[in-house]
Write a protein that binds this ligand. Structure first.
Ligand SMILES: C=C(O[C@@H]1CC(C(=O)O)=C[C@@H](OP(=O)(O)O)[C@H]1O)C(=O)O
Length: 393
């Protein structure tokens, strides 16, 4: 395997380069009979696409998705679903200057050493453009997970550079280009980004993602633990440098009595585990944080070498995100959806007939304290009721 496929029963293989004719993926293993249209997928793509505010890359892509196979008379057939997104706004001349040198912090140097050839235009395969197809594939997973189990996956930006963005309300996330869950902070974020962009610098971000409604029992005990596969999937997003599940690195300073989530018949009393114990979902919210590094394509001169090994100063001009994290929320949601979908199918395959006499512990009781991520255990809010009702809870 050459590293372009994710999943065991719900398999996504992506292809394409940023400046090639198109990007796309093949989604294999989707159960048959689910209604699926391009609109179901386009909605999520539109949340990720470039060029939607002054704070992101100005490349203009409609990211219009085409379904080439696997859907007949509006329903999935159980055969591979091929999705295609044509590239429309490549400007390859921007890359002429860096074709013979390596941008510090980018994949240029390692691709060159590994393959001996590289499509330098737009970063080729290492471009964040590839994440569009993950979002497209995951729209299928999200729909199935919701319809079958009522699973809802959503995220927000919880930190932009040094600026903390505590959670306030899910309803605010889609009202601003930052995916901030507190609209009152948006003017401050805009001012911060305007100054940063003018200076030519870039900055990192933290994204928090929550999956609600995941039943107890999804995951595997050892190598394919649910948390291990979530971390694997999140780290596969370009520019991600860290992943936390639940209390994450804050666990280090916690005592055992603080960290372990007590269980009562009415529900768990806290969620430091982030909804996963022993690699298997507990029925609590699954809580994930990721760290996205500062964009490496910046116009400020940086020391590097050229193909012959001679020192050069690299300046990257063109249309780059001063913070790739600003568009990372839908991508991180997508990766969580893909992993959960795969594990939902795997759990069904092996354990559908298991009967356990112990009652299921409710995921949460009332409103609980925020954990270190700043994500409170809030109940599903009505704005997501736009989705159809699940078949079964
Ligand atoms: C096109 C997208 O993002 C691109 C990601 C990217 C990079 O190096 O990662 C560099 C830029 O590409 P270009 O120089 O061709 O404009 C971004 O615009 C996208 O996300 O769809």
């Amino acid at each position: 395997m050459s590293g372009n496929t994710l999943g065991k029963l719900f398999c996504v293989t992506s292809f394409g380069e940023s400046h090639g004719p198109a990007i796309g993926c093949v989604v294999d293993g989707c159960p048959p009979g689910m209604e699926l249209s391009t609109e179901d997928i386009q909605r999520d793509l539109d949340r990720r696409k470039p060029g939607t505010s002054r704070h992101v890359t100005q490349r203009r892509e409609s990211d219009t998705v085409e379904i080439l196979s696997g859907v007949f008379e509006g329903k999935t057939t159980g055969t591979p679903i091929a999705l295609l997104i044509r590239n429309e706004d490549q400007r390859s001349k921007d890359y002429g200057k860096i074709m013979d040198s390596f941008r510090p912090g980018h994949a240029d140097y390692v691709y060159w050493q590994k393959y001996g050839i590289r499509d330098y235009r737009g970063g080729g395969r290492s471009s964040a453009r590839e994440t569009a197809v993950r979002v497209a594939a995951a729209a299928i997973a999200r729909k199935w997970l919701f319809e079958k189990y009522g699973v809802i996956i959503r995220g927000f930006m919880s930190q932009l550079g040094p600026v903390d963005i505590p959670f306030k309300q899910w309803g605010m996330v889609h009202q601003n280009p930052f995916f901030a869950a507190d609209a009152s902070l948006v003017p401050h974020l805009e001012e911060f980004m305007d100054k940063l962009r003018k200076s030519g610098e870039s900055v990192g971000a933290k994204i928090s993602i929550v999956a609600e409604g995941v039943p107890v029992g999804w995951g595997e005990p050892v190598y394919d633990r649910l948390d291990a596969e979530i971390a694997y999937a999140m780290m596969s997003i370009n520019a991600v440098k860290g992943v936390e599940i639940g209390a994450g690195f804050a666990s280090v300073a916690q005592k055992g009595t603080e960290h372990s989530d007590e269980i009562t018949p009415e529900g768990f009393l806290s969620n430091n585990a982030g909804g996963i114990l022993g690699g298997i979902s507990t029925g609590q919210d699954i809580i994930v944080n990721i760290a996205v590094k500062p964009t490496s394509s910046i116009r400020l001169g940086r020391r590097s070498v050229d193909k012959s090994g001679k020192p050069v100063i690299v300046e990257t001009h063109g249309r780059h995100d001063p913070c790739v994290g600003i568009r990372a929320t839908p991508i991180a949601e997508a990766m969580l959806a893909l992993v959960l979908m795969d594990h939902a199918l795997r759990h069904r395959a092996q354990n559908a007939d298991v009967v356990c006499a112990t009652p299921k512990i409710p995921g949460k009781i009332g409103k609980q304290e925020s954990i270190s991520s700043g994500i409170p255990n809030v109940k599903v809010e009505p704005e997501f009721a736009e989705n159809p009702e699940p078949d079964e809870a």
